[in-house]
Design a binder for this molecule. Sequence first.
Ligand code: ATP
Ligand code: MG
Length: 422
Amino acid sequence: MAKNIQAIRGMNDCLPKQTPAWQFVEKHLRQTIASYGYQEIRTPIVESTDLFKRSIGEVTDIVEKEMYTFDDRNGDSLTLRPEGTACAVRAGIQHGLLYNQQQRLWYMGPMFRHERPQKGRYRQFHQFGAEVYGLAGPDIDVEMIMIGARLWKAFGIADKVTLQINSLGSSEARAAYKEVLVEYLKARYEQLDEDSQRRLSSNPLRVLDSKNPQVQAAIADAPKLIDHLDEDSKAHFSIICERLDALGIQYEVNSNLVRGLDYYNRTVFEWVTDLLGAQGTICAGGRYDGLVSQLGGSETPSVGFAMGIERLVLLIEAINPEVSEQPGADIYVTALGDKAQASVMSICEKLRTALPAHKIQMHCGGGNFKKQMKRADASGASIAILLGDDEIDSGMLSVKYLREAREQESMSIEALGSMLAV
Ligand code: ATP
Ligand code: MG
């Protein structure tokens, strides 16, 4: 017998039992971001490989080893997008959305990275993100954080996530700091692992990001970037801290937070939880004032964040399991006998018009009363409507309550509509 074909490793199906939690999350994301006046942008899943090489940076994990890159039939090098920021910038420049304008944008969709699959880390995963262009001040950085804080409340996870922030300063300040850091790290070269030794020459800031305890010990007393900031970045950062204090949003300044992508400057932040093991970052973002011009646009201050929806769903399900317990139907309509079978479809249509917010499932495939009631129960519906000759003749519905001890009732479609509308 032929071998069954399986999904690609690290690329998950989202089954009917899981989609309610996803829909819950997606609904709140859409509603919340709209309430801040952001507009949605949708870009293709495939882009020119160069876009990501030029934006994310050649010596980053993503570009070095995680991209799904292939030649198409014309021999052009294409890449499945590993993240959304570069795509938004590309589209913004191409369509003239950024020049001399302010834009508050959001996106949601699948991203692709060839990583080792594990809990909270997949090869196809989904991000929700926001990107703002044309605003240079710290107020919009604070708004990025406020959006997260509001979402965690809506999801009931506010006390499970903490905010870490840092400033990477200007590129000049960072370049000067890099020299100090490299000197410090060179003196401890033997304590670094292979990855960090390599990064020492290619991308020394990333050494600060290492998860290896031995490396962490070696950098414990490393000079801190936050002590080497330029005056403007320092002022920008201290306003953010003041505003967060005033809003009552708690944060921790983590001087080792550098983020894995090259394009960030000044503000960077991550929302982290300790309930998901090593994959604890559910949202990450920061300022990237240089990226638009780096990709051919004019100088445009920019800031954004991206959150991993799988991690968000895992966290919400762990804390609030009822979000995923959603029956497929609210009302199950049975039909016994020829007359009822001939009318059941039009009655269901009338019910859907009267009760647009309800899920109304029509029994198909005939069978006796017992069989139909078994299906009604399995559907998860709380009400079964029983149609037989009597109901068709009288124009009334027999309403049976499946989940409560309550007498069966006879009523019109209108009466059922007003009963369930409240
Ligand atoms: P990590 O340190 O976990 O690898 P990252 O710094 O690579 O994260 P970003 O590029 O900042 O992640 O992406 C933003 C968010 O997207 C992450 O905080 C995480 O929630 C989610 N994310 C990133 N990669 C994956 C993945 N492979 N599977 C699931 N979610 C992911
Ligand atoms: Mg990563």
